[in-house]
Ligand binder design. Structure first.
Ligand SMILES: Nc1nc2c(c(=O)[nH]1)N[C@H]1C(S)=C(S)[C@@H](COP(=O)(O)O)O[C@H]1N2
Ligand SMILES: [Mo]
Length: 184
């Protein structure tokens, strides 16, 4: 491949002495089947999209119920800005897409686009820029899934979101169903 890739359009990151990027300037990537992949700081999430607020309670299997107030843009508006590869006029096409969301410690979980899409689940999932009144510029953005009863998808210190389809492998017409249950 020649020429600059889509991510090179974003502002250059100023390196710290020693090479580390200051926490507030760290970018997380929104990549995959998108026409305009994004590399965003928390400050850009705050400046480029309208901020919503969500007061949530979620249950943690180890720590019990957690109460938090989050602010940030709707995840679906950020993904829409990145130019999803689907045909926006066709609900069946939109319903095939997934988002795999990853945190700095490697914790990751999937959402379906249909959970977020106003014609399907219409869930007001946020990419938080603040938690309990404190800016998340240094800690990193956090996924907020108000419709979840459990906290596992409230992924913190986000490093990336992959967006795309995942097509199940074709079954082979020559084999019986019993012979292909293990195929993946
Ligand atoms: N990056 C990352 N985010 C994470 C987790 C994790 O292990 N790594 N655990 C999740 C789980 S299981 C819960 S219950 C909540 C905990 O939120 P709290 O820190 O407010 O209690 O964070 C979620 N987000
Ligand atoms: Mo948890």
């Amino acid at each position: 491949m020649s020429g600059p890739g889509p991510l090179s359009r974003t502002t250059a990151v100023r390196p710290m002495p020693g090479g580390a990027v200051p926490a507030g300037q760290r970018r997380f990537l929104i990549r995959g089947q998108l026409r305009r992949p994004l590399a965003l700081t928390v400050a850009e999430l705050r400046e480029r999209w309208p901020q919503r607020r969500a007061e949530v309670v979620f249950d943690c299997a180890t720590n019990g119920p957690q109460h938090h107030t989050f602010e940030g843009p709707l995840l679906r508006e950020v993904i829409q800005a990145a130019g999803p590869a689907f045909d926006a006029r066709r609900r069946k096409d939109r319903s095939r897409y997934l988002l795999a969301v990853t945190g700095g410690d490697g914790h990751h979980a999937v959402l379906s686009w249909a959970e977020l899409d106003a014609d399907f689940g219409d869930a007001p999932v946020l990419l938080a820029t603040a938690m309990d009144g404190r800016a998340l510029d240094e800690a990193g953005s956090q996924l907020v899934v108000p419709s979840d009863r459990c906290g596992a998808r409230y992924i913190s210190a986000l490093t990336g979101i992959w967006f795309g389809t995942c097509v199940p492998p074709e079954l082979s017409p020559e084999l019986s169903p019993a012979d292909q249950v293990d195929r993946y």
